[in-house]
Design a protein around this ligand. Structure first.
Ligand SMILES: N[C@@H](CCC(=O)N[C@@H](CS)C(=O)NCC(=O)O)C(=O)O
Length: 196
């Protein structure tokens, strides 16, 4: 199995999942600045974006969240990572769509601004912070009553959401007003497979 994309890109999400599952894989280190210059990647993902997955049998998949849900269900059935019921599967899908549609874009605006890679105007920073407030409150309320997002254990839902919220550190987003989110993120990012 090949995972295209350097670990510092969104491919890091899928490399984290592969490590959680103990899967043998080859990481093809395509840099995010050079995706279009890799004919090997473009063959696997015509969007010329990373991550992309290529199975030995020729099956290919793109979109970081879809890759992780696929890997968890294909290889994680005997582990706590995979959804254990149709409802858990639906909730893992819900949280994965949620983090991509409600959190990723404004958080990336803050990250790129803080890192100086794409400076944003004060208005754009304020809007990104305002856009994040409600979804982060939703996450805080959810985690106030439980340690993990779905099923009382660390699953692909936590991994997918935490792999996006991991940008909060680089973005210097202050989570102290949302202590349950802060503690949950620390638990997720403290896992050996993430550090790897
Ligand atoms: N929604 C996609 C986004 C993929 C994406 O935009 N990846 C970036 C790197 S983190 C990329 O390939 N950038 C290259 C480009 O835009 O030319 C996913 O989650 O997999």
């Amino acid at each position: 199995m090949k995972i295209y994309g350097i670990p510092q890109s969104r491919a890091g999400r899928c490399l984290w999942m592969a490590r959680e599952l103990g899967l043998e894989h080859e990481n093809v280190p395509v840099h995010f600045r050079a995706t279009r210059e890799s004919p090997e990647l473009v063959k696997v993902n015509p969007n010329a974006r990373i991550p992309a997955l290529e199975e030995p049998g020729g099956f290919t998949l793109h979109e970081s969240m879809a890759i992780n849900l696929y890997l968890a269900k294909k290889h994680g059935a005997a582990t706590p990572l995979a959804p254990a019921s149709l409802e858990e599967d639906a909730l893992a899908t819900q949280w994965s769509f949620w983090v991509m549609t409600e959190i990723e874009k404004p958080l990336l605006t803050l990250l790129m601004n803080t890192l100086g890679m794409s400076p944003a105007t004060p208005d754009a920073v304020a809007k990104a912070e305002a856009d994040l407030a409600r979804p982060l409150d939703v996450l805080e309320a959810h985690l106030a009553g439980q340690d993990w997002l779905v099923g009382g254990r660390f699953t692909v839902a936590d991994l997918n959401v935490a792999s996006v919220l991991a940008w909060a550190r680089g973005a210097k987003l202050d989570l102290s007003a949302r202590p349950h989110v802060e503690a949950w993120l620390k638990r997720c990012l403290g896992r050996p497979a993430f550090k790897g």
